[in-house]
Ligand binder design. Structure first.
Ligand code: ADP
Ligand code: ZN
Ligand code: ZN
Length: 689
């Protein structure tokens, strides 16, 4: 007697409302089993879902499962519940989310090829356990935190917020918590999430060093498809004990998961910006509950969502306020730009401080979050500016190859010899990017000498790290190595250099122009700025010997802003309290819950019309007063690559009410038609509004 099975397959994004399709099989298959099934004219990968018994819609002929990948253990129930939740919560198709969570190569292999791959990776359990080297003796505050994470028996899936200053030894806590979990259970597996690929190699090497190369696999978008498959298979078959990866790794199949770490939990890169717009941090918390594994969210500047959760006790807060050893946090100096001569690049006092560091053989990091030479090129005779013809943005002047480049659509052109509008040859850069900063700092420090070999002196070396200098593979690593080796005196960079790096010789960090976030329309801009500046400050004085004299300089037009006041005292709790008070008064997250609907169309009118129809169609779907739907508006960056963009904000004081509304709204949204509409998407818990 054949069986009817429900199987999820990757159906196109918006037909995903049908959760699973029904297929016939000659044998009963457990939920989670991977199968190959026919879909239209193609043969695709599918996952048997539960309940496995499917009701066959009348009048539809059921097609048969083509093959079963029975070399692989079925995907666990906890994994299926995670995918169910993510699809439902982020308003996407179940099949889309389930299949996107699997390594792409798995879709292409037949059972025979797969069996071959599996044999290639022999279990390497020789090094499995109690073999983890113990690492340094923990500081008392590290011990207290580790003991705190241990007290989990009553509530095994509990989330912890590890609020630890930069350099307080959070990574060592992750390592020792991992060692302990592995020692406690010979089957245990651990998941470590990091925000960016950039930071993966460093942390990966620390875990490999500690636990052995056979124990750890990496998962991130920088891997080749065969590497990704190999990592996935090792985790799924419980051969790898430690899975370390970026946001996608939250969906890895890890059957014996006993601990999850989310490093730098505040980092916006945990939010996926395409397809199912999930937050890997939030899914990690859910996953901990599903698999009864404690979740450690670590940060020196937690997201205000997590901070608030630790205020109410939903997450347990564990604090490490002090740096390891004699390390102290850098002294913060605010430079009031109102008191500087006009057009000051670096205040004289800051320049002098940098020169002093150079003379001492110490390194400085100058931080400016804008790459290129100048954000705009303008004509001095008429009002011509370097607009991008395809976007509502300026093209950026890059001096190195004399181009104007749009950072949104990629359009690049040589700088015109004269103003395209009036022919005037005097066209000038307006504003400043890292390329210009590097050039000007090199000029300003031209007469300063650094100590060289044999008591000789040598000219100062200025280097820059940003997206432009690190385009080729391996170039970031190479440039960081130059900094670590001491071959750079002054490093200029974007936020790329402020995150996570364990620089040992940097004793001075300066932010030269951070004020724009204070005027942003995005209510999260101050939170992001504070975190960025604290992270940047965290790069200074990481070596205890020099820490005492390390400094963080901030040039600002608003030195009395409470954000900078809190920064000066390294007082995240005060900053968070002030922000949360404002957010509560204004009814904003984390005291309210939001979703955005974004529409892209040929014309702005079409985008707005589609959103207005969506708004009209929401009428009566939520009880009065529970869900507030704002009027559609053009997005801040309204046009990109000739596509017009608009959005509509939905808000509720109740997460369940918002969820119920969004679910019932789906059918309306899918049914709307508007000439000129290109695509639309829902973003639940959006990070940028
Ligand atoms: P964080 O991740 O909190 O910024 P790290 O874990 O990178 O801090 O630790 C900062 C530095 O202190 C690292 O060089 C690390 O090796 C060192 N360290 C951490 N814990 C200890 C310890 N218990 N004893 C000695 N050194 C430690
Ligand atoms: Zn002109
Ligand atoms: Zn453009």
């Amino acid at each position: 007697m054949p069986y009817s099975l429900s199987v999820v397959v990757a159906t196109p994004a918006h037909s995903g409302l049908r959760a699973a399709l029904s297929y016939r099989s000659e044998s009963a298959l457990a939920p989670g089993t991977l199968v190959r099934v026919p879909l239209g004219k193609r043969e695709v990968l599918g996952v048997v879902w539960d309940p496995p018994e499917a009701a066959v819609p009348a009048g539809i002929e059921e097609r048969s499962v083509i093959a079963t990948l029975d070399e692989l253990p079925p995907l666990a129930a906890a994994w299926r519940r995670l995918v169910d939740f993510a699809a439902g919560y982020y308003q996407r198709g179940l099949g889309e989310v389930a299949l996107a969570a699997l390594p792409p190569q798995l879709r292409d292999l037949d059972p025979v090829q797969l069996a071959r791959r599996l044999k290639r990776r022999k279990p390497d359990l020789s090094a499995a356990q109690g073999t983890a080297e113990s690492g340094p003796a923990l500081t008392p505050q590290q011990q207290a935190v580790l003991a705190g994470i241990a007290g989990t028996d009553a509530d095994p899936g509990k989330p912890y917020l590890l609020f630890g200053a930069t350099g307080s030894g959070k990574t060592e806590v992750y390592l020792q918590a991992t060692a302990r979990a592995l020692a406690a259970d010979p089957q245990a597996q651990i998941l470590i999430l990091v925000p960016e690929i950039n930071l993966t190699p460093q942390l990966l090497s620390r875990f490999v060093e500690r636990f052995g190369v056979g124990q750890v696999v990496a998962m991130h978008s920088g891997l080749t498809p065969p590497q990704r498959l190999a990592s996935w298979l090792a985790a799924h078959a419980a051969l790898a004990r430690i899975v370390l990866g970026t946001r996608m790794a939250v969906f890895a199949s890890i059957p014996n998961l006993r601990l999850i770490v989310v490093d730098e939990e505040h980092d916006p890169s945990y939010k996926q910006q395409e397809g199912a717009r999930y937050s890997a941090r939030d899914l990690a918390v859910l996953r901990g509950r599903l698999q009864a594994a404690p979740v450690v969210l670590g940060s020196a500047t937690p997201s205000l969502e997590s901070w608030q959760a630790s205020e109410t006790g939903r997450y347990q807060r564990l604090a490490m306020p002090e740096r390891v050893g004699a390390g102290v946090l850098p002294e913060v100096r605010l430079v009031d730009m109102n008191l500087q001569p006009k057009r000051t690049l670096l205040a004289p006092a800051l320049l002098e401080a940098i020169a002093k560091r150079v003379a001492l053989g110490e390194q400085s990091l100058i931080f400016l979050n804008r790459r290129g030479y100048a954000p705009v090129l303008a004509c001095t005779a008429c009002d011509w500016k370097s607009d991008c013809p395809h976007c509502s943005a300026f093209r950026v002047f890059h001096k190195i190859d004399r181009t104007l480049r749009c950072h949104h659509c990629g359009l690049g052109e040589r700088v015109p010899r004269a103003c395209p509008a009036c022919g005037n040859v005097d066209i000038v850069p307006v504003g400043r990017g890292t390329e210009q900063l590097e050039e000007q700092i090199a000029a300003l420090l031209g007469s300063v000498n650094a100590p060289g070999e044999d008591g000789q002196t040598r000219p100062v070396r200025v280097a820059r790290i940003d997206a432009d200098t690190t385009r080729t593979k391996g170039s970031l690593e190479a440039q960081l190595a130059q900094v670590h080796a001491g071959n750079v005196d002054v490093l200029v960079g974007t936020q790329m250099v402020t995150k996570g790096h364990d620089f040992r010789r940097i004793t001075l960090v300066a932010a030269v122009n951070p004020d724009s976030a204070l005027y942003s329309s995005d209510f999260r801009a101050p939170e992001r700025l504070f975190s960025l500046l604290m992270q940047a400050a965290g790069r200074a004085g990481r070596d205890a010997v020099q820490a005492g004299s390390s400094q963080m300089w901030v040039q600002t037009w608003n030195p009395h802003h409470e954000l900078f006041e809190a920064l000066r005292r390294h007082d995240f709790p005060a900053f968070a309290a002030a922000q949360l008070k404002e957010r509560e008064a204004a009814g904003m997250p984390p005291f309210a819950f939001q979703a955005l609907v974004r529409a892209e169309a040929r014309t702005q009118a079409a985008a707005l019309a589609w959103l207005q129809a969506a708004r009209d169609g929401a009428e009566g779907l939520a009880p009065a007063g529970q869900v507030f739907i704002y009027a559609p508006v053009p997005m801040g960056l309204q046009r990109v690559a000739n596509v017009e963009r608009a959005q509509l904000l939905v808000e509720s004081a109740s997460r369940p009410a918002l969820q119920r509304f969004l679910a019932s709204w789906q059918e309306v949204l899918h049914g709307l038609r508007e000439p000129g509409l290109i695509r639309w998407a829902v973003d639940v818990d959006p990070l940028a509004v």
